[in-house]
Every structure is written in structure tokens, then in C-alpha cells.
Design a protein around this ligand. Structure first.
Ligand code: HEM
Length: 513
């Protein structure tokens, strides 16, 4: 009894435990702060952004408003600096030189797969995109690119017009409200499905496929980037949806083969007809994975670009008038059918989409992971160690006053008048290089890269532009519109994988005669 009570007096009381805990945390924080203030700094490495909390680092500031955070850091540390985000060390490389450094880095020095695959493999599936060896992924990109050619685009334009007209046909008349991002998100999936995914997927978009897509999409959130696989229902639904989607594609492929159905000119058929360069056929699960990747590559990017374009135009009736005038001048009237050829020849429409992509790039930052012992930036001599992430940020560089006059102003005419500093920049090396999916320009020394550059450059740019231009042209023929209650263009919401307008972003529309 006496021994027990002596032992009890030796055990720390709850108050002591709390006190020790607070003290330990205090000491850790103090060491973390002091080591940054007075600890040795490696002058060969980029400056490190100060943070109060170890491991978590600057994640909260970055998560709340990444663009302002990166701009503040740029003012303090220059175009290259490193910050910490939940244990990841991210070296941000800004400006045209920063883009050149990140996008032109050699494959054996830094890797996109190492930065993204932990998340994307659960959505796209095994052995495709970043889960395939790099050379195989480049071949897969080549197949997709080959399926997105001028002949297909020629067929796509009337399909997109029809989808758009049908989609808005049932909207309440003559006036009403629509939420920009959700409305255009639905329209983009319809147009992308009919043009790329095939008639079978388009036909089941109203029921099964929409649910599968929703569940898969839940695996494509910023949380999945940090925690790719947790034992939670949403993660399990994501995995089931991917398996069902792969099985659905497989059944469509088998049906087309069994019926000898060669009537399809969609991307699915292009992949079915392709073979790897070693002569092997592309397995069904590779085709399914590529189709899912294309759906994800094009969906959020085009959905948010169309929503931002409509919102910017809703605040600028003068631009809408000019766009209609352009159609009348080029096509004779607003009733002339839109075609692949005539839609190419509309400079203002082109500039409007380009300006949206400058001010609201859907993918505002892109990552690579350093896999060599270090990579050295030729421009400034900084060495970035193995394990760090390299980050290019169009969301910052494309609104940098070094390159664009009044960078926060939505001014499509800047792309026509070409008086901004960006247009005086040296174009750099204009040679082309083939990374395995067709020639792309070798130079990424540009401050305007909403589609990336180099070996990971987007292959959906042409389709994206075509889809957006066709939808916008059709929409302005059908409706007059303004932002609800004369409000300004909404702020950006950075909580998804792409930058979307803050919810709700309503426009009020009136059907035109
Ligand atoms: C790559 C943007 C539409 C498929 C990229 C990248 C960007 C981008 C910035 C480079 C990513 C990186 O370097 O980490 C956009 C924008 C679009 C769009 C802004 C529309 C407005 C599309 C469409 C498709 C597509 C419609 C499919 C048809 C791809 C693919 C890649 C890619 C397959 C290659 C990824 C890689 O090599 O790592 N896109 N994209 N994109 N995009 Fe797009």
C-alpha cells in the first residue's frame, strides 16, 4: 500500500503532463525559428521562406491565397525561393527564366511522374500516363495527339454547336439566372463526350457515367495530393468508379470489335486502331486509362476557362458587341453556320480566350520533383537538392507587370495591339524538338505558358481552343447577359485543383430574338 502511494507520488500529475507538453512544443518551435534566423544558410541554395511551424511550414498561407503568397515571397526573395508545404520543400521558379528552367529540365534530373503519380495512378489506373515508363507515356501522348487532328476538328464544330443549342434549349425563357461554373462544367462534359469519348459514353452520360465521373472526381482534389490513399469511403468509391469505368470502356471496345463497327471517328477508335512501336496492341485497360486521363485533362480546365470567359464578358457588354460584330464581318451574319475554318479566322474571339487564360490560368502552378542529387540553374547558379519540388507558376508570372501592362485588367486587345513588354521579349530558340509525341517548340522562355511547355506540354490545346471558341460564339448568338445585380467579376477560389470563380457566380441572361 505504502509502496503504491509512493509510486503514485512519483508519477506526473495531468497538470505536469500538459506543462511538459507545452514546454516541449515551445522548445521545438524556438529551435525551428532560431535555426532560420541565426542558423547557417547555404548560399548555393535559393533563399528559404520563413515559417513559424516546422513540417506544416507555409501551407496555410499558400492554401488560403497561393498567388498573393507567392507574389509576396517574390518581392522579398526574388524569382527563385523555397518554401515548405506539409513536409514538401517546393522551389518556386518565377518569370520567363523560371519557366525555361522548370519546363526544359532533363528527364533524368527532375520528373513530373515523381511529383504527380502518387495521386493520378488511383484515378487514371495502372501503366498509363505517369504510371508508365516515361518513353511509353510519350508514346501514349502521341496516340492521343494523333486522334485530335483537323479532320476530327472539322466534325467537332457542328457537334459542339448542337450540344450547346440543345443544352440551353430547355432553360426558362425569356430570362433567368445561371451559375457560371456549374452550368459550363455540364456543357463541357457533354461536348467533350460527344467529340472525344464516343457515342456510347455520351449516351449513358445522363445516368451511370455521370455518377462514376463524380466519384472519380472526388479523388482529384488537393487533399488527394497530400494524402493519396486513406481508408475513407470517398477513396473507396473512387477506386470502384475507376474499375467500373475501365470495365465500361472494355465492354465498348469488345462490342465494337465483335460487330466489326468501323463507323466511329472518335478518340476511342483512334486508340483502338493504334499499336505500340514494339508492335503490341494497346491493352483495353491502357485505352481506358488514357480516355479517363483525357477526360480529366480537358474537363476542369475548359470548364473553368469557359466560366471565367462568360463572367469577364458579362462585365463587358462592349466586348460582346464587338464579338458579334466580328462574326457578322467574317461570316456575313449571326446565322451562318460555324465551321472549323471560319472559327479559326476570328482574332478578337481568339484574343478573348487567350486573355482569360492569361488572367485565370486553370493550372496556376506545375510541379516536377528533383530526382538527381541536385539540379543547377544556369541563370543564377542556385543548386536545388534531390527531393525538392520545382514549381513553375503561370498564375504569378502571367500577371507580372514586368511582362504585361496593367496586368490585372482584362484586356483582350493586348493580344492584337501587341504593345506589352512581353511582345518585345526575344523569342528565344525557335527550333523544334520531338520528345516522342510530335514536334514542340524547344523554347519555354516565355512568361505566357497556360498550356505548359516541353515534354509535358498540353496536347489538348487545339481542341480546348476549338471547344471554347465554338461554345462562346454560340452562346453570344443566343443570349444577352450580365453578372447578377451588376456585381464585379467574382474572386478566385483556390480550393480545387484548378482555379475556379468563387461560388455562386451567377449571371442573368435574356434570350435574344
Ligand atoms: C498537359 C493546361 C485542355 C490533355 C497540360 C499542362 C497544362 C495544361 C498547363 C502541362 C502540365 C504540366 O506541365 O505539369 C490545359 C488547359 C486546357 C487543357 C488550360 C484547356 C483550356 C486539355 C484537353 C486535353 C488535355 C482538352 C485532352 C484532350 C492534356 C495532356 C497533358 C496536358 C494529356 C500532358 C500531361 C503531361 O505530359 O504530363 N495541360 N489543358 N488538356 N493536357 Fe492539357
Amino acid at each position: 500500500m505504502a509502496i503504491a502511494s509512493t509510486l503514485l507520488t512519483l508519477l506526473p500529475s495531468p497538470t505536469h503532463i500538459i506543462l511538459y507538453g507545452v514546454l516541449t512544443v515551445g522548445v521545438i518551435l524556438a529551435i525551428h525559428v532560431l535555426s532560420q534566423l541565426i542558423g547557417p544558410k547555404d548560399p548555393k541554395q535559393p533563399p528559404v521562406v520563413f515559417s513559424w511551424i516546422p513540417v506544416l511550414g507555409n501551407a496555410v498561407q499558400f492554401g488560403m491565397d497561393p498567388i498573393t503568397f507567392l507574389q509576396d515571397c517574390q518581392k522579398k526573395y526574388g524569382d527563385m525561393f523555397t518554401f515548405t508545404m506539409v513536409g514538401k520543400r517546393v522551389t518556386v521558379c518565377l518569370g520567363a527564366d523560371g519557366n525555361q528552367f522548370v519546363f526544359n529540365n532533363k528527364q533524368n534530373l527532375s520528373s513530373a511522374a515523381e511529383a504527380y503519380n502518387h495521386m493520378t495512378k488511383f484515378v487514371f489506373g495502372p501503366e498509363v500516363v505517369y504510371d508508365a515508363p516515361h518513353s511509353v507515356f510519350m508514346e501514349q501522348k502521341k496516340f492521343i495527339k494523333a486522334g485530335l487532328n483537323s479532320d476530327c476538328f472539322r466534325r467537332h464544330v457542328p457537334m459542339i454547336v448542337k450540344e450547346t443549342e440543345d443544352f440551353f434549349k430547355n432553360y426558362p425563357k425569356p430570362t433567368g439566372l445561371m451559375e457560371a461554373y456549374s452550368t459550363f462544367g455540364k456543357l463541357i462534359i457533354l461536348t467533350a463526350s460527344s467529340c472525344l469519348m464516343g457515342k456510347e459514353i455520351r449516351a449513358s452520360l445522363d445516368d451511370t457515367v455521370a455518377d462514376l465521373y463524380y466519384d472519380l472526381d472526388q479523388g482529384f482534389k488537393p487533399i488527394n495530393f497530400i494524402f493519396p490513399n486513406l481508408p475513407l469511403p470517398s477513396y473507396r468509391r473512387r477506386d470502384t468508379a475507376r474499375e467500373k469505368m475501365a470495365a465500361l470502356y472494355s465492354s465498348i471496345i469488345q462490342r465494337r470489335k465483335a460487330d466489326n463497327d468501323n463507323s466511329n471517328s472518335d478518340l476511342l477508335q483512334a486508340l483502338m486502331d493504334a499499336t505500340y512501336k514494339d508492335g503490341t496492341n494497346i491493352p483495353d485497360h491502357h485505352i481506358a486509362g488514357m480516355m479517363i486521363a483525357v477526360l480529366f485533362g480537358g474537363q476542369h480546365t475548359s470548364a473553368t476557362t469557359s466560366a471565367w470567359t462568360i463572367l469577364e464578358l458579362a462585365a463587358r457588354p462592349d466586348l460582346v458587341k464587338e464579338l458579334r460584330q466580328e462574326q457578322i464581318e467574317k461570316l456575313g451574319s449571326l446565322k451562318t453556320d460555324l465551321t472549323f475554318e471560319n472559327i479559326k479566322d476570328m482574332p478578337l474571339l481568339d484574343a478573348v480566350i487567350r486573355e482569360t487564360l492569361r488572367l485565370h490560368p486553370p493550372i496556376y502552378q506545375m510541379m516536377r520533383r528533383v530526382v538527381a542529387n541536385k539540379v543547377v540553374c544556369e541563370k543564377n547558379g542556385f543548386e536545388i537538392p534531390k527531393g525538392n519540388h520545382l514549381c513553375a507558376a503561370p498564375g504569378v508570372t502571367q500577371v507580372d507587370p514586368t511582362y504585361f501592362n496593367e496586368p490585372l485588367k482584362y484586356n483582350p486587345y493586348r493580344w492584337i495591339e501587341k504593345t506589352d513588354p512581353v511582345h518585345q521579349l526575344e523569342q528565344g530558340d525557335d527550333a523544334n524538338i520531338d520528345y516522342g509525341f510530335g514536334a514542340v517548340g524547344i523554347s519555354s522562355n516565355s512568361p505566357f505558358l497556360p498550356f505548359g511547355a516541353g515534354r509535358h506540354r498540353c496536347i489538348g490545346e487545339q481542341f480546348g481552343y476549338l471547344q471554347l471558341k465554338t461554345i462562346m460564339s454560340t452562346f453570344i448568338r443566343m443570349f444577352d447577359f450580365e453578372i447578377e445585380g451588376g456585381k464585379p467579376v467574382p474572386k478566385s477560389d483556390y480550393t480545387s485543383m484548378v482555379v475556379v470563380p468563387e461560388h455562386p457566380s451567377n449571371i442573368s441572361y435574356t434570350l435574344r430574338e
